[in-house]
Design a protein around this ligand. Sequence first.
Ligand code: GUN
Length: 175
Amino acid sequence: MTMQAVNAMSYEEFLDVFGNIIEKCPLITAAVWSNHPFSSVNEMEECVYEFIDSLPSSGKEGILRCHPDLAGRELTSGSLTMESQQEQRQAGLTSLTSGERETLGLLNSQYKTKFGFPFVICAKMSDKYKIMEELCSRLQNDPSQELLKGIEEVKKICHLRVQELSRSVELTTKL
Ligand code: GUN
């Protein structure tokens, strides 16, 4: 599929393919379709990032709140999105010891109590040790710093999801 094919997509098709590049936020994909045609995938991603940056803090917090806890309830119950499931598995979060699961659960809940949104990190660029280390360290941040950091991670996750989609829908190098 070429960029030309992406640009020819109806918004319904565009949403079907790119609807979860920001976890459980298809509204962002739907909004970004207004900017088509795109000259490249990078330009499409930039539109997503600009949209996110233009949101007030409550909107950015909302995006973070759409993310499930790492190694949380949804992982156990099998109700994660396909993308999140794959990312968490790749980071080793599906094979935690019960002690590790308990520690991560405690840290996640301390984090949410302090900031009012879940800890988001680009799990695919991490592993269970780094995730716990980062959680401990980011717990020390102040809320405005942490909002920025969380959104930075959301953008990294988005970038990898777009890359993955580009491969799986065989978007050519023309992208
Ligand atoms: N990093 C990559 N995917 C996810 C996710 O679904 N939730 C959180 N919290 N972090 C992630």
